[in-house]
Design a protein around this ligand. Structure first.
Ligand code: ADP
Ligand code: MG
Length: 264
């Protein structure tokens, strides 16, 4: 059954969408079955996967409002090599329509339950706010993956995010775990980056991925060609870094499995 990972951070521009698209492509490249769910009305993950958000017949809107099942909406993003549940501005309308519905926080979780067996990983791209869409993502998720830039205000933002995770655990999803923290747009020549990075490791220990994502122009260019960096420039530092992240993630899950107590 798929592990469902929400890629989240209330801060915008930290690399959530870039991480979703490139991690999805990297996991697919190492033969994992991957579904990327776009939960941001901006539809950047949809466009970045090579799908035009303006011509969608069905989208996350139809899933959240129960007009269609997840299986009906999902298709293969051919340029990227993984399955996509796409989104566009209609998601904002779904949010409004759900306002007075009972169980509105759990719509995505219920919808994904029916497709979980078809995948190894389901990644959810979240908008940069604690909206009902984000709450749906966090309710559906087993864990949160937090991309962050190592800058001065990052730790403050992280404290707010941990607060959110706690609130979600107390209300809609008691089992929500921290999957890991990912350092993005990493520049080791910057001493502030190194300071913040050291503090992160101090607080979060091995929750901080060893793989770091460098600032790399190929990662910024690839979305305008509608493909992950792995397809746009396979040898680029950005593509290689996300492949390393995928490898680390898969190894961690493998290690977790074997360390579980064996029933006798
Ligand atoms: P978010 O989804 O958190 O708002 P994005 O993934 O959209 O963040 O990234 C914000 C901007 O930074 C985008 O223009 C993206 O192309 C660029 N970007 C993200 N990660 C990198 C990176 N490692 N190197 C260079 N540019 C990046
Ligand atoms: Mg985004």
């Amino acid at each position: 059954m798929a592990r469902v990972i929400a890629v989240t951070n209330q801060k915008g521009g930290v690399g959530k969408t870039t991480t979703c698209v490139n991690l999805a492509a990297s996991l697919a490249a190492i033969k994992r079955r991957v579904l990327l769910v776009d939960m941001d009305p901006q539809g950047n993950a949809t466009m970045g996967s090579g799908v035009d958000k303006n011509t969608l017949k069905l989208s996350g809107y139809d899933v959240l409002t129960k007009r269609a099942s997840a299986a009906e909406v999902v298709f293969l993003a051919e340029a990227s090599g993984f399955k996509l549940l796409p989104a566009n501005g209609d998601l904002t309308a779904a949010e409004v329509e759900l306002m007075n519905e009972i169980g509105r926080e759990h719509r995505l979780r219920l919808a994904l339950n029916s497709v979980r067996d078809d995948y190894d990983y389901i990644l959810i791209d979240c908008p940069p706010s604690l909206s009902l869409l984000t709450v749906n993502a966090l309710s559906a998720a087993d864990s949160v993956l937090i991309p962050m830039q190592c800058e001065y205000y990052a730790l403050e933002g992280l404290a707010a995010l941990m607060n959110t995770v706690e609130q979600i655990q107390e209300t809609v999803n008691p089992d929500l775990e921290i999957e890991g923290l990912l350092r993005t747009m990493y520049d080791p020549r910057n001493s502030l980056t190194l300071d913040v990075s050291a503090q992160l490791s101090e607080y979060f220990g091995d929750k901080v991925y060893r793989a770091v994502i460098p600032r790399n122009v190929r990662l910024a260019e690839a979305p305008s060609y509608g493909m992950p960096a792995l397809k746009y420039d396979r040898a680029s530092k950005g593509a290689v870094a996300y492949l390393a992240l995928a490898g680390e993630m898969v190894r961690r899950h493998g290690a977790k499995k074997t360390s579980e107590p064996v029933a006798v």
